[in-house]
Design a protein around this ligand. Structure first.
Ligand code: C2O
Length: 677
């Protein structure tokens, strides 16, 4: 019903808008209004044009002079022009009315651009960072899919992103790759393609330098809510499109349209070098690679160390993280299995909804206030670990954990883009994983289908320095974007089909009534010691199926949800969760049957719009991020022999943060509950 109505209104808007477009064409061709050019100062651009939109999303720019009737001297048919103009104004009002009506029917997709108010980002040590981007030199354009060449047989020829540990054995590739970055780093600051500006794209979108917009287009009025592309369903699409343009810029700088980024295959436990920091990014490589090197990395993690997805810098600093490579590999497989394979719903894998008004920026809050919690998907949490592991840790001269260890700096390290290339690949892989999770065993993994998701938009600079408006719907199919990944399914399968160790007998008989239930909306605390709670369970009802894209309860996934966890925004946090294993502690191996997943939070600086830079963020500030955390438990319950919905369980949260603070500090959360997705 609702959908039909929406479609109808969209159709009406579309017809009306098309009419308006042709009218305006007539009017402007006769009256030659002032040419619309982007100004040098993005902050003044709002006053230069008004934007309207059609249901196709194509942007129509209406010169202010037209709306205010300052029409140039039409010669032969002035009165006709005036009539047209009147029509245009009425139609315009009508379109806005319909638009407003539509907004009542649906929530609003987030609209954002790298224009408008943009503030410097304060950091712990040193001068604040300026993440703002240069203004575009030309009019903003809409995204269109790239031309994809085909073979004689009609097969598309896609750029192939290959594993870094393979590519580094190819001197020609490394030379090209290094040259592309050398040229990118040599571009002037005014060029949006420069390496510094590429970093700024991430710094600004991921550190709340911009605000959400009210209407589509790069210049819609701002909502006052800070924009943040992490901690929600925007995480994967935004980073995909960021990489898409980054790769095209690199390719154009070396005039090689086939150039593709490598991917750092850190989830691969099969090939000996795959999970190591790729050697081509390190000093003394043999082939010139200076442009790929970054001094702000943790040199203790250089090869032969392999990336550890159970990594905790605090334990490491205390000398208490001494696993064998074999143990690390099994833990890595189990972490991947729990962060990707067991996450069957879009919400669990991609993250929670993010619509206009969702404010999950870091703020001075108390937990009971009305802010919307952020909700990272399973993929985002595991991706954070690679950031943490690569950046400078436990170095008093670098409290910000640059580069990779803090979102402000992360994209200053070329390794960032190869890390995200793998994250992006895993999104594609996730969609192909069969359902080993739900009772029905037939649920397909799918991206969100809601318009709020699909119509979310961002801007990026392309390889021609044009600012392009991209929608999330443009990002969903990587082959349409002209690239693919080398098939590494042999190693993917190792975690997709991973079988954790059999559950311990004591876990099967664990008595939940011995543990306190969390107090809903009360004071629940996660300290440095593991903490266990009793969780009441219930059976899902058909109500639980609503809006989930499933038609019966057997297709649902069962989640354990920690609500409104309060995390200091400058802290690293990690919560590993176990079911029916209250003995779990910081040393418990993650390849256990009772382990159900990990949440991580990476420090990020923040832009404080209310204070001047000098008095804002510091280590002792009181800003927090509020997050909701999901752990998917179907598979673990099965292993524990729990096949009904009457058996209550014990949930143990093992906190492995906080890096910078005293061990007595903990985290609070408002509730622990069962949920179905
Ligand atoms: Cu926007 Cu890996 O971060």
């Amino acid at each position: 019903m609702c959908d039909e109505w929406t479609q109808m209104s969209n159709w009406t808007i579309c017809v009306v808008t098309e009419r308006l477009r042709s009218l305006l064409k007539t009017v402007s061709s006769r009256s030659s209004p002032r040419e619309l050019q982007p100004t040098e100062n993005p902050n003044t651009m709002d006053t230069d044009m008004t934007t309207s939109v059609s249901s196709f999303g194509s942007l129509i720019r209406i010169p202010q002079s037209l709306l205010h009737g300052k029409v140039g001297s039409g010669r032969s048919s002035a009165s006709k022009t005036r009539q047209h103009l009147k029509w245009a104004v009425y139609t315009c009002a009508f379109v806005f009315c319909l638009q407003a009506l539509l907004e009542v029917v649906e929530a609003d997709p987030v609209l954002a651009s790298s224009l408008g108010s943009c503030k410097p980002v304060p950091v712990l040590k040193g001068a604040p960072l300026h993440c703002c981007l240069p203004a575009p030199k030309r009019l903003t354009i809409r995204f269109t899919f790239p031309f994809i060449p085909r073979t004689l047989l009609g097969r598309p020829i896609l750029r192939e992103r290959k594993p870094a540990h393979i590519l580094q054995k190819d001197p020609e590739y490394v030379r090209k790759y290094n040259l592309a970055y050398a040229r990118m780093k040599a571009l002037p600051d005014t060029d949006p393609r420069s390496f510094l500006n590429q970093w700024r794209v991430h710094c600004s979108f991921c550190n709340e330098a911009f605000q959400q917009r009210k209407t589509p287009g790069p210049l819609g009025p701002e909502t006052g809510v800070l924009l943040q592309v992490h901690y929600s369903w925007t995480f994967l699409p935004w980073h995909r499109m960021y990489l898409y343009y980054h790769e095209r810029i690199l390719a154009s700088l070396i005039n090689d349209p086939t150039f593709a980024l490598p991917f750092w295959n850190w989830d691969n436990q099969l090939d000996k070098d795959a999970a190591k920091m790729p050697a081509m990014f390190l000093p003394k490589f043999g082939i010139p690679n200076a442009a790929l090197f970054d001094e702000f990395r943790n040199s203790n993690h250089y090869p032969p160390k392999i990336l550890y997805l159970g990594y905790n810098s605090k334990l490491e600093a205390e000398g208490q993280q001494n696993l064998t490579d074999q143990q690390i590999k099994y833990e890595n497989l189990c972490v991947m299995y729990n962060q990707v394979t067991t996450k069957i719903s879009a919400r669990d894998f991609l993250g929670g909804p993010y619509v206009v008004g969702t404010d999950n920026s870091a703020a001075t809050v108390n937990v009971s206030a009305g802010e919307t919690p952020g909700e990272s998907g399973g993929m985002e949490s595991v991706h954070n670990v690679a950031h943490e592991w690569t950046g400078l840790i436990n170095d008093p001269d670098h409290p910000d954990n640059e580069d990779m260890g803090n979102f402000i700096y992360a994209a200053r390290d070329p390794i960032f883009y190869t890390h995200h290339s793998n994250v992006d690949r895993l999104w594609d892989v996730w969609k192909t994983i069969p359902d080993k999770v739900t009772k029905s065993g037939i649920r397909k993994r799918m991206d969100y289908m809601s318009r709020d998701f699909l119509d979310t938009e961002f801007t990026f600079f392309d390889e021609n320095q044009n600012m392009v408006i991209v929608k999330v719907r443009d990002s969903l199919d990587s082959s349409k974007l002209g690239y693919k990944y080398t098939d590494v399914s042999e190693s993917d399968k190792m975690w997709i089909y991973y079988e954790p160790l059999p559950a311990q007998e004591s876990s099967k008989t664990c008595n939940s009534s011995e543990y306190p239930a969390p107090v809903p909306s009360g004071y629940n605390y996660i300290g440095m010691d593991p903490v266990s709670f009793k969780l009441d369970r219930r059976a899902p009802t058909t109500e639980d199926c609503r809006g989930k894209g499933v038609n019966n309860v057997d297709q649902l996934q069962e989640d354990v949800v920690l609500e409104r966890v309060k995390i200091p925004h400058l802290e690293y946090a990690r919560f590993d969760v176990f079911i029916n294993y209250p003995a779990a502690n910081r040393w418990t191996h993650l390849y256990m049957s009772e382990y159900v997943g990990t949440f991580t939070h990476l420090p990020s600086g923040m832009v404080d719009m209310s204070k001047s830079v000098s008095e804002s963020s510091s280590e002792s500030d009181d800003k927090f991020r509020i997050v909701t955390i999901r752990y998917s438990v179907n598979a673990a319950l099965k292993r524990l022999g729990i096949t009904d919905y009457n058996t209550d369980i014990v949930v143990t949260v093992v906190s492995k943060g906080k890096r910078n603070s005293s061990p007595t500090t903990g985290f609070t959360f408002s509730n622990l509950k069962q949920d179905f997705q």
